[in-house]
Design a binder for this molecule. Sequence first.
Ligand SMILES: Cc1cc2nc3c(=O)[nH]c(=O)nc-3n(C[C@H](O)[C@H](O)[C@H](O)COP(=O)(O)OP(=O)(O)OC[C@H]3O[C@@H](n4cnc5c(N)ncnc54)[C@H](O)[C@@H]3O)c2cc1C
Length: 341
Amino acid sequence: MTGTRAGAGARAGAGAAHPAAAGDWAAVAAEIARSVGVRPRRDEPLSRHTTMRVGGPADLLAVAHDAAQLAALVRFARAAGLPYVVIGRGSNLVVGDAGIRGLAIVSRAESCRVEGNRVIAEAGVPLARTAMLAQRAGLSGLEFGLAIPGTVGGAVWANAGAHGSDIAAVLESVRILRVDGTVADEPAGAIGLTYRDSRLKHAAEHGSGDSAAGEIVLEATFGLMPADPAAIETRLDEIRRWRREHQPLNLPSAGSIFRNPAADSAGRLIDAAGLKGARVGGAAISERHANFIVNDGGATAADVRRLAEIARAEVARRFGVELVYEVQFIGDWSDWGQEER
Ligand SMILES: Cc1cc2nc3c(=O)[nH]c(=O)nc-3n(C[C@H](O)[C@H](O)[C@H](O)COP(=O)(O)OP(=O)(O)OC[C@H]3O[C@@H](n4cnc5c(N)ncnc54)[C@H](O)[C@@H]3O)c2cc1C
């Protein structure tokens, strides 16, 4: 980190603290606009950038429209010693009501192409779009991604999966911005993809408590199988139907709150604990799928987290099973738990 931080010092005059250190967000925003060409927004509510529709304001929020801007924004933050977090579609996140300190970088790098049996997609491409592009090209393997409402970057980070498959099954290589600022193409086998996990989750550097602030996905290459486009479309229709029948897609949520314990399902356990329909404020445990918490009107992030904690405690009490979070609570939770004390 020394190299890069010194660079920023030079720009602000040797020894002078970077405006970020002083929380001078107007000055930081101006510097980002000048050096990266992206105009950050101040105090932008994260409820607009997450599928659970909760989350307070980010000191600064910048949207990256291609992989180069994504890398430049991350490099800028690192050089300035500015806490940052990269967000895809916010479909696996619950951002605290106090928001995000520092810079939220929203990844909208969306170039995507087919080359032979490969789909090559920048980190901000919605995973569903890669599934549909592959179908049109007569390539099979990404169908499972149709109903995962996140981006390629978020999916690689979490090894997202569904319907019997996951990212690990189709990922060939990934272009990564490393902690040291270099960019490298890594074979899929090198990033430790396991059940809802990857090396990227553990390369925490700094930022607002979000582990993905370490290594950043810029682009991914998926290796797929030629197949009949009509047969792929039939599979996509099955997935659409299954999702409509089994998940509360009509209400804001962040997908599965907990990972499935070995040889069991978190949804079955929460349901067996009699918690379907349980609520805290505007947050409720879905009647359709007990491992989903929905925001059915004016929920706060604290409501969601409190309800999740109730479910976790009740399942532990009744069945002795410790549920592990799949969703991430990020941002400023400094006031979390105060009211309980
Ligand atoms: C209705 C619904 C259904 C869902 N169904 C499924 C399912 O079937 N299977 C499943 O696995 N998940 C599911 N999810 C959860 C979620 O969609 C996935 O985890 C998805 O991969 C998250 O992608 P995202 O872009 O929204 O990431 P975000 O939620 O924005 O971020 C998640 C994490 O990824 C990191 N990240 C994002 N982009 C990058 C990048 N470019 N480089 C490095 N790190 C990055 C973030 O910093 C954060 O730590 C569902 C969610 C919803 C709302």
